[in-house]
Design a binder for this molecule. Structure first.
Ligand code: PLP
Length: 396
């Protein structure tokens, strides 16, 4: 039997049936008015999810990583300096991408489990009297450690330093699941992918760009062709694409943003918070803790659970896949083996989450962890039943 189980990885996430059906389309001419009727509402819906009215949205057939590349190559020139903190696998890989593009990255090493170090970032900007730093990179939700950084605070730090750098934010595992304010936080490039909060298969890089980022394109000299914002903006005006777009995915995106808006973004965020809090209650009941150092850093989309000394978190993930046909995330990079990750974003209900927690418990019991079956599930149940658990309403 093909598994009917939900996945508990922080992307790709569970795909709602209505979205799967929306992606399954017959051939459609992307130069026809019918394509514009799919594409325009998708773009408008994404703007609402990003929280922008003054910015624009560009969508590439790609993934989040392509969004990073688009952000950098459209706005910067070889040798430009960018400032970034490295505190997990995703901030690390974004820095690597910048270095491979010939950028000079000023890296602030930060312990894994911490978030963006606002004071150190402000100090680095203040020290940059000649304004060599052209952009600050922020990883809103570090998916490797389950840490959410304070992007509003990052903007305040940049303003306090009086520094004109652009602010680029990786929101791949936060956008559509946790509050995100592109305009409110003064973000110049916001990056998402289709396979996390948007509940779609992988295949789209979803990028929000501010007027300041658009202006930066005029002088930016890094090469770009496939990821050229200018080509996209030109053809978007006519409702089209400079090359062949993945029409089915874009149709799915139009449905996904409508689903998020039907549920109400505030309700979507509240649901993610509630499900995440139940997971955290379960972890505490197991006598374990999240990798995120303090409660203000806890992510509502993924929790990296620190396993006890003498155990390897990857074994839980392997056993869950082999014996129970359930997917959890392994620890990456510096925290490989030390954590396993529970993804709790996208199309997920409290009841689905309880099945994930129950599976994690079975695996831990199988592997000899000192936990009592049902202890974490009970803690989550108590939380869910006293915090208004409710099913997601899925439009027919
Ligand atoms: C998943 C993820 C990415 C990478 O996205 P891909 O779609 O796999 O290229 C980048 N950043 C964060 C924070 C992520 O969670």
């Amino acid at each position: 039997m093909t598994s009917q189980n939900p996945v508990f990885i922080p992307g790709p996430t569970n795909i709602p049936e209505v979205i799967r059906k929306a992606c399954d389309m017959g051939t459609l001419d992307h130069r026809s008015p019918a394509f514009a009727r799919i594409f325009k509402p998708a773009v408008e819906g994404v703007k609402a999810v990003l929280g922008t009215t003054t910015g624009e949205v560009i969508i590439f057939p790609s993934t989040g990583t392509g969004g990073w590349e688009a952000a950098v190559s459209n706005t910067l020139s070889p040798g430009d300096t960018v400032l970034a903190a490295r505190f997990g696998m995703f901030s690390l890989r974004w820095i690597d991408l910048c270095q491979r593009h010939g950028l000079n990255v000023e890296v602030i090493e930060t312990p894994w489990g911490q978030g963006a170090p606002l004071a150190a970032i402000e100090a680095a900007l203040r020290a940059d009297k000649s304004h060599k730093i052209k952009a600050v990179l922020g990883t809103h939700n570090e998916t490797a450690t389950g840490v959410r950084s304070d992007i509003a605070g990052l903007r305040r730090a940049m303003d306090a330093a009086g520094h004109p750098a652009m602010l680029f934010v990786d929101g791949v595992s936060s956008i559509g699941s946790m509050p995100f304010e592109m305009d409110g936080w003064g973000i110049d490039v916001a990056i998402a992918g289709s396979q996390k909060g948007f509940m779609l298969p992988a295949g789209l890089a979803i990028v929000g760009i501010s007027q300041k980022a658009i202006a930066a394109m005029e002088t930016a000299k890094l090469p770009r062709t496939f990821f050229d914002f200018a080509d996209m903006r030109r053809t978007y005006l006519a409702g089209g694409f400079p090359y062949t777009p993945p029409v089915g995915l874009l149709n799915g995106l139009a449905v996904a943003v409508q689903m998020l808006r039907d549920e109400g973004l505030a309700n979507v965020y509240a649901r993610h918070h509630r499900i995440a809090e139940g997971v955290r209650r379960a972890i505490a009941a197991w006598g374990m803790r999240p990798c995120a150092a303090t409660a203000d850093l806890y992510s509502d989309t993924v929790t990296a659970v620190v396993v006890p000394e003498g155990f390897n978190g990857t074994d839980i993930v392997k056993l869950a896949a082999e014996k129970y046909d359930v997917a959890f995330g392994v620890g990456l990079g510096e925290v490989a083996g030390k954590v396993f990750r529970i993804g709790h974003l996208g199309m997920l209900t409290d009841v689905m989450m309880l099945s994930g927690l129950a599976t994690a418990e079975m695996c831990m019991a199988d592997l000899g962890y000192p936990i009592k079956l049902g202890s974490g599930v009970a803690a989550a149940q108590e939380y869910y039943r006293s915090h208004g658990a409710q099913a997601i309403r899925v439009a027919a």
